[in-house]
Design a protein around this ligand. Structure first.
Ligand code: OSB
Ligand code: MG
Length: 369
């Protein structure tokens, strides 16, 4: 397909309540949506690195700038026949994974639509029914967290992920374990610690957590290998895995026993498939992470979650959990307790609601060859 036009929208999506993590508290998600046109059709992609570069070195403003001024010009007018071909055209540009992802996701949506296939089938998924979990950020009090978790357990969630940061740590986990002795629980540290906290991580072993997500620095592998050798609880890497090559190296040195795969963080679906395959070959299971995307990005994540080496409930949420009204339609809605069904429509299955897109857009661009 010859890429004829690329439209960009940097949007602000207000959350129903602030999301609080080790990397900060935010009440609005900034995201970049991309519409790619070719062969009489169009595809949508999304990349949600947020407003500040606090999760990764990128943010929505750098993604818009990089796509507009650097990456899109490398694709416009070109015939792009595969995800690998698209990544090849962008390969001279270092880093900027979230920016590359916005284009890569739009290409995959368009490609699947042109093939008349749902995205999950185009990716080699096996089963459109996907298990997902519940996630809770830092709250006002542990009591409030326990009450909220009660509701999630009653709603049938199969696992719970808890944000974890200094001041919301061992005591919180101890209280959770006392109330829910058998629930599958893990913590996400969002790179808040160093090896100075080794004693604390050894204490966490007593609580039988499913995994500890990204305990150490966002770009580290070596210290994670040291930590993993010292504790029983499996380490899961999120921030540190920015490519299939990083996944290979992490596994080689024993830095993790799980990998959280986010298409944005690794530069797109093409690279997410490569990370998935590197992990599968090494016997390291994966699950799919999220960035509180609109239903455009979430539907891409859902398609990825149908892959065979996804072995733990993913971070994919009903739109209503974070948004009064999703920017995209159809909104994300559970198909059963703790489950979603990937769309059987051609492509990823969601696109922006024009009125919401208009209302949320901060900055836009339209590029042609
Ligand atoms: O570290 O997994 C993360 C959300 C935004 C940025 C980073 C992360 C997250 C999540 C997703 O934890 C959890 C959720 O979607 O509730
Ligand atoms: Mg994480």
């Amino acid at each position: 397909m010859r890429i004829e036009c690329i439209e960009l929208y940097r949007v602000a999506m207000p959350l129903v309540y602030p999301f609080r993590t080790a990397f900060g508290d935010d009440d609005t998600i900034e995201s970049v949506l991309v519409c790619m046109r070719a062969a009489g059709d169009y595809g949508w992609g999304e990349s949600a690195p947020w407003r500040y570069p606090a999760y990764s070195p990128e943010c929505a403003a750098t993604v818009l700038l990089m796509v507009r001024d650097v990456l899109a010009p490398l694709l416009l007018g070109k015939d792009v026949g595969s995800g690998e071909a698209l990544q090849g055209l962008l390969s001279g540009i270092k880093g900027n994974q979230f920016a590359k992802a916005a284009l890569d996701l739009a290409w995959w949506d368009l490609h699947a639509k042109l093939s008349g296939e749902p995205l999950w089938r185009a990716l080699g998924g096996r089963d459109p029914l996907v298990d997902v979990g519940a996630d809770f950020g830092v709250m006002e009090s542990v009591g409030l967290l326990l009450d909220t978790m009660d509701r999630a357990v009653r709603d049938g969630y199969k696992r719970v992920k808890l944000k974890y940061r200094p001041g919301w740590d061992l005591d919180m986990v101890a209280a959770v374990r006392e109330r829910f002795p058998d629930l599958t629980v893990h913590v996400d540290c969002n790179s808040a610690y160093t090896l100075d906290a080794l004693a604390m991580f050894r204490q966490l072993d007593a609580y039988g957590l499913a995994m500890i997500e990204q305990p150490l620095a966002h770009d580290d592998l070596v210290d994670h290998a040291t930590l993993q050798a010292e504790i029983e609880t499996p380490v899961c890497l999120d921030e540190s895995i920015t490519s299939a090559d990083k996944a290979r190296k992490a596994i080689q040195i024993g830095a993790c026993r799980w990998v959280n795969v986010k298409p944005g963080r690794v530069g797109g679906i093409t690279n997410a498939l490569a990370v998935h395959d590197v992990c599968a070959e090494a016997g390291v299971p994966c699950w799919i992470g999220g960035m509180l995307e609109s239903a455009v990005g979430a539907s891409h994540c859902l398609a990825l979650a149908t892959l065979p080496n996804v072995k733990y409930p993913s971070d994919i949420f009903p739109s209503a959990r974070f948004y009064e009204r999703d920017l995209a339609r159809p909104p994300m809605v559970h198909s059963g307790p703790s489950q979603f069904r990937a769309s059987d429509a051609p492509g990823a299955g969601a696109e922006p609601d024009p009125e919401m897109l208009e209302r949320c857009t901060l900055e836009r661009a339209e590029l042609r060859p």
